[in-house]
Design a protein around this ligand. Structure first.
Ligand SMILES: NS(=O)(=O)c1c(F)c(F)c(SCCc2ccc(C(=O)O)cc2)c(F)c1NC1CCCCCCC1
Ligand SMILES: [Zn+2]
Length: 257
């Protein structure tokens, strides 16, 4: 990647040596203390448009050594809960291992099995690269993944390809599907706060939305997620989450009571 490749989740304290913003006061992820969250009735339901893609639209799925990334066309647009328009760039996942959970955000100290991030950029900027250095440049939608009873047909569209990209750098093409199916049906209930990318360069330019409703995958699907991809050290890519960061006085808003 663009110089991202030499950091790891093992030596977290060195991130801010090479990437100063990683030591900033508006870092992500965070623990959401629901008792401290401020109910904000003006937070509108999140609206997704253009998220349903035809099967003949092929999307690149890549093992970048830190996660699995699905590149998204900028025809996917975000509106509603955000004052400005944002367009999708990519989505990726964070997960744990068979020994434990691996979401990035926690709620009342609870870590969930996994977490999806759908990364968007503000269309007032000409490109993602330009947007990601401005405070209102990025919007990331996050949702937690848990083990439930049935198979999740939308996550199946991604998980069924993981065996094709086990090695770092490998990529494959995935037929389009309804990307909205990867996110909760109820887009009204969410937490909102200003934070950062959770990976170097840790730019503090992300307006975070973390949904209250979790996504349910089968036990087998979660097992495929945590035990298929390889890391740059040719071990299983697991526990690719950053520890929670201090709020430093930031307020977390809630769209519900
Ligand atoms: N939670 S997050 O959104 O901060 C995030 C992570 F936590 C991530 F861990 C990642 S993957 C690590 C960064 C990376 C590495 C290699 C390549 C490549 O080879 O193309 C690309 C990126 C990752 F890609 C992202 N999202 C990226 C942030 C990295 C820089 C801009 C690219 C889009 C968003
Ligand atoms: Zn992420």
């Amino acid at each position: 990647g663009k110089g991202h490749s030499h950091w790891s989740y093992e030596d977290l304290k060195h991130w801010s040596t090479d990437y100063p913003e990683c030591g900033g006061t508006k870092q992500s992820p965070i623990n959401v203390d629901t008792a401290q969250a401020i109910f904000s009735p003006d937070l509108r339901p999140i609206q997704l448009s253009g998220y349903s893609l035809p099967a003949n639209q092929l999307l690149k799925l890549k093992n970048n050594g830190h996660t699995v990334v699905l590149e998204l066309p900028d025809s996917l647009a975000l509106a509603g809960g955000y004052a400005q328009q944002y367009r999708a760039a990519q989505l990726h996942l964070h997960w744990g291992s068979p020994a434990g959970p691996g979401s990035e955000h926690t709620v009342n100290g609870r870590r969930f099995a996994a977490e999806i991030h759908v990364v968007h950029y503000n269309t007032k900027y000409d490109s993602f690269t330009e947007a990601m250095v401005h405070p209102d440049g990025l919007a990331v939608l996050g949702a937690f993944l848990e083990v439930g009873h049935g198979e999740n047909q939308y996550y199946h569209e991604i998980l069924k390809h993981l065996h094709e990209i086990q090695e770092v750098g490998q990529e494959t093409l995935v037929p389009g599907f309804n990307i909205a199916g990867l996110l909760p049906a109820n887009l009204k209930l969410y937490f909102h706060y200003n934070g950062s990318l959770t990976t170097p360069p840790c730019y503090q330019t992300v307006k975070w939305t973390v949904f209250n409703q979790t996504m349910l995958l089968s036990h087998h699907q979660m097992s495929v997620l945590v035990s298929t991809l390889k890391s740059p050290e040719d071990e299983l890519l697991q526990n690719n989450y950053r520890p929670v960061q201090s709020l430093h006085g930031r307020q977390v808003l809630a769209s519900f009571q």
